[in-house]
Design a binder for this molecule. Structure first.
Ligand code: ATP
Ligand code: MN
Length: 431
């Protein structure tokens, strides 16, 4: 008999199959009982009926526990009322391993802290499973997008000697006889990559020792960072827009089942369509003041301001041309106003906050050296970075898109800790 997976059951209607998985739930209505089976690809209801099942299997009802590992044989039957549209008429259940203790995660309400402590088990739950599958599809969508657009994957290192975004949020560690940092961003290396390959991206973990405990910050998160040679700020925004549209469309195509489990209103995603509104920082500030806030010009937007701005549009909003003082040293200044940096943030709709940060990079050697001095950064570790301005410097730009914040928005999950398998925050290092 063929071993099949739950997600492929529709191809086996009226056939006998073998499923390998775990007991998700059991319920009984007397002469007939049901076992919900999970196999990692989905859930299916198995029906155990006297006569259809072997006598031994029919008598198993009291002995089966949640999370028992089981191999089940039975016949696939179309059933429009069932989740997934199919059910399994069970013939035989073989127990591979039996759970003798009560499973810690019961259907009753648990606090998030308890669930996070049991994250290794919580991942088996329907909602968490759905979120991880959307994450998987999002990663694949991102790779497919860049791979189909002529980008080359150039992995940036995790150990670095450079403090890119300032030292306050860096994780320092002993590195033989010197100190090193965990990367906060792979960008500087992508700039080297773009000069060698034209268009590159890296996609990996980034680390930030953020002492903030917001629902949008992890200490370890994943970021995709494309970088393009011969690219200005406007073209950079085009790329960010195209990427986000591609991801949203892919998720709508592939993840209907998961979004349904998550009770995500898909119309919020269906209406995402380019071009996204593009407003300057100055315009965003006017908008905030018009809304009655007492926002101070020259500071960064917090979660409240981002939500207020995004509420004005049903689309992701791109905010560009920021006060240079609050942006990184490598950002190129606006020709028209030297006080402004050619940076861009994309704010997701529905209050999910900033998902993209990027901009055009300074490509002039002298100016860049002055900036490094102005920011009190040591010149030595940037020697190689400055070389990129000595040898064939061109206008170039790029951005970083945070995977977890993007998945949180796609799934409609309020806290990003549920969008990564094993979240790392200020207070959580286990499991
Ligand atoms: P924020 O101001 O929200 O802390 P940032 O401006 O420091 O973010 P960037 O340096 O622009 O972030 O990083 C690019 C993207 O990486 C962000 O738009 C966001 O999606 C994601 N990101 C940044 N920091 C974190 C974090 N601590 N946890 C999860 N994702 C993050
Ligand atoms: Mn940012």
């Amino acid at each position: 008999m063929e071993t099949v997976t739950i997600q492929n059951l529709s191809a086996y209607n009226k056939q006998d199959v073998l499923l390998k998985g775990w007991v998700y739930n059991i319920r009984s209505i007397g002469k007939i009982w049901f076992v919900i089976l999970r196999d990692g690809t989905g859930l299916v209801q198995g029906v155990v009926l006297k006569g259809e099942a072997t006598d031994k299997t029919f008598a198993m009802e009291q002995d089966l526990n949640r999370e028992d590992a089981v191999i089940i044989t039975g016949m696939v039957r179309m059933d429009p009322r069932s989740v997934g549209g199919y059910e399994l008429a069970i013939r035989e259940i073989q127990v591979v391993s039996h759970v003798s203790e009560e499973y810690p995660i019961s259907p009753k309400e648990h606090g998030t802290d308890f669930l996070m402590t049991n994250r290794h088990l919580w991942l088996r739950s329907k909602r968490q499973h759905a979120i991880m599958r959307v994450r998987h599809q999002t990663v694949k969508a991102i790779r497919d997008f860049f791979d189909s657009q002529g980008f080359t994957l150039i992995d940036s290192p995790i150990f670095t000697g450079n403090a890119v975004e300032g030292t306050t949020t860096l994780f320092a560690l002993d590195y033989f006889e010197r100190s090193a940092y965990l990367t906060q961003s792979g960008q500087l290396y992508q700039e080297a990559g773009a000069a060698a390959f034209g268009k590159t991206y890296c996609f990996g973990p980034a680390f930030r020792a953020e002492k903030s405990k917001t629902r949008r910050h992890l200490t370890e998160f994943w970021m995709v960072e494309p970088e393009m040679a011969y690219c200005n700020l406007d073209e950079n925004m085009d790329w960010a827009e195209k990427l986000v549209c591609f991801i949203v469309n892919r998720i709508l195509e592939t993840s209907e089942v998961e979004l349904d489990i998550l009770e995500r209103d898909m119309s919020f995603l269906e209406r995402i369509i380019a071009p996204f509104p593009r407003i300057t920082y100055d315009e965003a500030v006017i908008l905030l003041v018009d809304q009655g806030t007492d926002f101070k010009y020259g500071t960064d937007f917090g979660a409240a301001e981002e939500s207020l701005i995004s509420e004005q549009f049903n689309q992701p909003v791109m905010i560009h041309r920021w006060p240079a003082e609050i942006k990184a040293f490598y950002m190129k200044r606006d020709d028209i106003n030297e006080e402004l940096a050619l940076g861009v943030d994309m704010i997701a709709p529905e209050g999910y906050g900033e998902i993209v940060g990027g901009g055009q990079r300074e490509d002039d050697l002298e100016i860049l050296m002055n900036r490094i001095r102005h920011h009190d950064l040591p010149m030595e570790p940037f020697k190689w970075y400055l070389d990129l301005r000595k040898y064939g410097s061109v206008p170039h730009a790029g951005f970083g898109l945070g995977l977890e914040r993007t998945v949180a928005w796609l799934c409609g999950t309020k806290h990003i800790r549920e969008t990564i398998p094993f979240p790392r925050t200020m207070t959580r290092l286990e499991p």
